[in-house]
Design a protein around this ligand. Sequence first.
Ligand code: MGD
Ligand code: MGD
Ligand code: MO
Length: 715
Amino acid sequence: MHSMQTKTNGRRDDQIVTTTCSYDCGGRCLLKVHIRDEKIAHISTENRKGLNIQACPRGLAQKSVVSHPDRLMQPLKRIGARGNGDFKPISWNEALETIAEKIRHTIVQFGTESLYFVTNTGSMAALHNTPTVTQRFFGLLGKCTTTWGDPSCEGALQSALATFGTAATGSTRDNLLSSKSIILWGWNPLETRFGPDTIPYLARAKKAGIRIVCVDPRQNPTCHALADEWIPVKPGTDTALLIAMAYVMIEEDLLDGRYIERYTHGFEKFHDYVTGATDGVPKSPDWAHPICGTPVESIVNLARDYAENKPASLIAGWAPGRTAFGEQFHRAVSTLSAITGNMGIEGGYTAGGPDTVDMGFIDATLPVPDTRHHELHFTGLYDALLGQTAQAKHPECKLLYIVGCNLLNQNLNLNKGKQALMQVDFVVTHELFLTPTARYADIVLPVKHFFEGEDIGQPFIGGPYCINMSKILDAPPGVKSDLEIFSEIAQRMGIDNYNDVSDEEWPRTFLDSESAFPNLETLRSAGTHEFEMERAHVAFREQIENPDKYPFPTPSGKVEIFSQRFAEMNIPAIPTYLPSWEGPKDPLVQKFPIQLVSPHSKVRANSQFDNIEPLKKRGNDNLWMNAADAHQRNIQDGDAVQVFNQRGRMRTTASVTRRIMPGVASIDQGQWYAPDDRGIDSGGCANVLTTDKMSPAGAFPCNTCLVQIEKCSAM
Ligand SMILES: Nc1nc2c(c(=O)[nH]1)N[C@H]1C(S)=C(S)[C@@H](COP(=O)(O)OP(=O)(O)OC[C@H]3O[C@@H](n4cnc5c(=O)[nH]c(N)nc54)[C@H](O)[C@@H]3O)O[C@H]1N2
Ligand SMILES: Nc1nc2c(c(=O)[nH]1)N[C@H]1C(S)=C(S)[C@@H](COP(=O)(O)OP(=O)(O)OC[C@H]3O[C@@H](n4cnc5c(=O)[nH]c(N)nc54)[C@H](O)[C@@H]3O)O[C@H]1N2
Ligand SMILES: [Mo]
């Protein structure tokens, strides 16, 4: 039996089964599903002893997802034009035969590289993990074409590899209680979850009187609820602000010379750039103020606060890194944490990496063949499909296979995306719903919800626990898991080694692979497992405490303020502020004067849950704009507005507020694209406006986007 208990609820006994959401959400929380008469009665949550894994309203609404009337229940074949949503149901046999035949035909006629597959984190559970099940299938076919570049944090990742030689730069949140000062930089964990225990620890820190400040173009809800101060900064200009902080620290002799000497490489070059010795431009607060809009006094105080109140935690969100030169932001933050001596100590924070907490055990998932596919950057996908590749020549796409990704909603420059998808001979996706992307597919295969199989839930950024995912319900008869679908296509293609292990056996294999894990029976009966930790996990503690024995895994063995890796990629080798295209100084501001950011929503996980009405009502899907910008345009709070640029146009509702800087607007990402017959989106999908460029290191620049806003005459 699984982790079940019974509880008297009225007259009947509920069976309570433990699971967690498998979405690409920064939580990974405990769901207690109450089953009565073989149906879900309701879902509750709790804090397990020692773990803060209490679920939010989204997890508690999973009953509405799994039993949604719009769920796809049988394979669909397109009968109308792409995008118009006309499909007819077909049998599994016809769907799978057609797909297997198309793949075979494409390979014979054009070669494996004409098979494009795009996969993202629709499901992040250990077994039913959309990237690994998909990579396993295409890896067996041979060298196909796929995308690289994590839309979440490629800037952070590339920066961490250059600076520290590893992505594992995160520390456990209990560190926050040892900090004297906490800076949340482009981070809103009250809404955009990032470890389920983050807010409980921040709330405790606040209660203990630890100073909290937020650096963000918006006074975001975390800032509003928890911070002592909001420090505004224009999107994409954070690096200028950080470099000016370094200037203040150098001028006022606030740096940690021992750290610089012992643990870093290339400080002198950075020093000379900051002071202006290299280019004659001192990067003072007076230099930074007109760039980033942050008051000079705030820059000076922030620099002093971070350098003097040690240990201090400067936690960098990924959003400022999702900009035109996102990697420079993370490089600058990492450098500050090192030169102020806040790295590798309890109460400090390494600040600039992808935040991955490496607890010393591996991520368990399905093994993937070691096939090297042809790769193109995620932002270059549409150009490649259109045959317009400026960067490199790519194989022609004959078949596009999408798994666990709402591509035509979540990738940038949606209108170009639509044109690109029209070019492809054959498009397949596995989905739960007829998403804006699924509407462009030739065949849509209905998949199981994670309540319909066994699995193991692992924390989003690593962390000291895992959660058993019990099967809650039998799947509807017409749906299959991604693993079953690929197994059946593989069989039809004569590939017999895709999967010969049962869904029941895989989790056991994963757990047996690491001594730190409990065995399957123990995990199932307990529901959750917390790994023993003697003390807070601090990234680079060993390197700081014992540098001779534990060098950093970089070429110099030190924190690389000067990065040879970046130099070789033709990227400035020291953290450098680069004025960005579609930034506040681009001449394009004459036409499109407002910088648009698109944060994640508290009521969605990316685009998932947007179709759950009661949840959607609890969010704020309006466009935030500053009162001065609204006044200039005769816009009142609640007015219908159009937001547009050279790429697209949307209609939405304005929320006029002083909680966003002048010149900046914000709309939560993940709303489903809903065009009218002129192509104007009324769904609020930010990606009708964003541009499909990439940063030099591969960051996904959704927060670099210029727009204009006007009042709608009539809606
Ligand atoms: N403007 C703007 N755009 C952004 C961002 C932003 O901040 N602003 N953020 C970016 C980021 S960080 C990310 S990670 C991406 C996310 O972009 P996507 O990866 O597209 O994320 P989701 O919207 O979660 O889409 C996942 C899809 O998988 C489906 N799904 C769920 N479970 C399963 C399953 O088990 N199997 C299969 N086959 N499908 C399943 C869901 O129904 C959903 O349609 O968006 C990026 N796009
Ligand atoms: N509830 C919920 N939680 C989630 C997700 C979700 O969709 N919903 N998605 C998960 C995923 S896939 C990811 S990748 C993470 C994303 O996590 P983050 O990247 O941290 O989240 P965002 O909400 O995009 O942005 C956080 C804050 O950054 C600010 N910001 C935007 N641009 C800039 C800038 O240029 N400079 C500065 N200083 N601030 C800026 C925004 O105003 C916002 O307040 O969250 C994860 N957690
Ligand atoms: Mo993400």
